[in-house]
Design a protein around this ligand. Structure first.
Ligand SMILES: *[C@@H]1O[C@H](CO)[C@@H](O)[C@H](O)[C@H]1NC(C)=O
Ligand SMILES: *[C@@H]1O[C@H](CO)[C@@H](O)[C@H](O)[C@H]1NC(C)=O
Ligand SMILES: *[C@@H]1O[C@H](CO)[C@@H](O)[C@H](O)[C@H]1NC(C)=O
Length: 397
């Protein structure tokens, strides 16, 4: 009896306390939401007129004791299907202005790309290693997809390759930099005769794609090559055409590509070309220690999250493979403090412009692609350029 009474009075006491705690926390959350919304509204420069009205309303309502978040509700930032902000403000938010304010012009800004990407795409999560290392099976995002979006079914051959390459990073010199500027060189004719070579060579990491030549084109494309990302059909076929040193990075799009890489790593001449859509290199003049496997997460993320290509149950299908250039940019978003590109973008309006900077093939030779969706991909790259996440030296995007 006494015990029950005690329990009852205890309950009487505890109930109001719980209510108070609940009220305290929920009001705290409201405040939190208000300030988040305020800072997001600040981003939205195109709504500046609305903003003035809104902040006027806030003050007025604040005086009347209304919760100020109501005034902001119709000015919430809008996101597209992919999760990108639909309107960008090129101006740096105050906290970044402060962070980078003391750096001299052109100095590398630590964390800049990640900060800008997060502003236009709040879902961005930076950690994603550039290359596969022997712990790759722990990367949950790639273990559930077969190539090109993951490593499923290829674990054994990858283990075998990585045991021989022994190296899984950019190398000690670049690894030790506290801030890295990277540039991805596309192969577009738009690079031709722009004399960007010396500017390109100033980047810490210069990424080239497939068979893009350097020798003879230094004035326009620079002479430094940190890495060359390729798939078998795109790799340079003549050993003498490789630059003296660079990392040979394979972006595997199909199971056969891992088999090919194993041949290249073990200097095992490839006999059959079966399974490739055009002839491939039979020998790559690189030591195993200079070979890498690009993390396939970048293909997956570019396709399904950034561009919004059809998922097709996680298998390669019509129009759901990003181009190598976009895969390389995606890699750089995760691994570089600043990212620039050059040689990207086709000008469909000038069919007589050269398609590549190194050959006479004309724009008009480009065929409707089965695997890629160039126009959707360009929409994504434009968001990166418009949002100031990447810098486009040739203004083709
Ligand atoms: C920038 O420099 C000023 C003056 O030297 C200093 O007071 C301030 O803390 C610096 N800001 C940052 C972010 O380093
Ligand atoms: C290359 O650019 C220079 C000036 O920048 C110009 O004089 C020259 O005609 C251009 N060459 C070609 C082939 O377009
Ligand atoms: C590219 O995407 C657009 C829009 O989703 C679609 O209409 C078009 O058919 C796609 N092209 C290819 C080649 O898949």
């Amino acid at each position: 009896m006494i015990r029950m009474k005690f329990t009852r009075s205890f309950m009487f006491l505890i109930c109001p306390i719980m209510v108070l705690i609940f009220l305290y926390y929920s009001s705290g959350r409201l405040h939190l939401r208000t300030s988040v919304q305020k800072s997001q509204v600040r981003l939205d420069s195109l709504h500046s007129v609305g903003r003035v009205v809104a902040s006027g309303m806030t003050t007025w309502m604040g005086k009347q004791g209304f919760p100020s978040f109501i005034a902001h509700q119709s000015f919430l930032p809008e996101y597209d299907k992919q999760g990108f902000l639909t309107k960008f403000d090129r101006k740096l938010p105050l906290e970044l202005q402060y962070k980078y304010g003391n750096l001299s012009k052109g100095e590398c800004k630590p964390g800049f790309t990640e900060a800008k990407m997060t502003l236009i795409y709040p879902k961005f999560s930076k950690p994603a290693p550039m290359f596969l290392d022997p712990n790759f099976k722990r990367l949950s995002k790639i273990s559930s997809y077969p190539p090109p979006f993951g490593v499923k079914t290829q674990e054994k051959i990858i283990d075998h390759i990585l045991l021989a390459t022994k190296s899984y990073s950019l190398g000690s010199k670049l690894d030790s930099l506290s801030c890295k500027k990277c540039i991805i060189i596309g192969n577009g004719g738009i690079l031709y005769n722009k004399s960007l070579g010396s500017r390109i060579d100033q980047y810490d990491v210069v990424v080239r794609l497939n068979e893009a030549p350097v020798a003879g084109f230094e004035k326009d494309v620079g002479s430094k090559t940190t890495m060359r990302i390729t798939y078998p059909e795109g790799a340079i076929q003549k050993p003498e055409r490789y630059e003296k040193s660079s990392l040979f990075v394979v972006s595997a799009f199909k199971p056969m590509d891992f088999k090919w890489l194993r041949h290249m790593v073990f200097k095992d001449k490839l006999r059959s070309m079966e399974g490739f859509w055009k002839s491939v290199a039979r020998f790559v003049p690189r030591d195993p220690e200079d070979m890498r496997i690009l993390n396939p997460y970048f293909i997956q993320e570019a396709a399904f999250r950034f561009i919004g290509l059809p998922h097709n149950k996680g298998l390669m299908g019509r129009g759901n493979i990003p181009t190598l250039g976009t895969v390389a940019i995606t890699m750089a978003l995760h691994n570089c403090d600043e990212v620039a590109v050059a040689g990207f973008g086709y000008d469909m309006n000038s069919p007589h412009a050269p398609l590549h900077y190194y050959e006479k093939l004309k724009m008009s030779a480009i065929k409707e692609s089965w695997t890629h969706n160039i126009s959707k991909e360009k929409e994504f790259l434009r968001k990166l350029v418009m949002g100031g996440v990447i810098k486009d030296l040739t203004n083709g995007i």
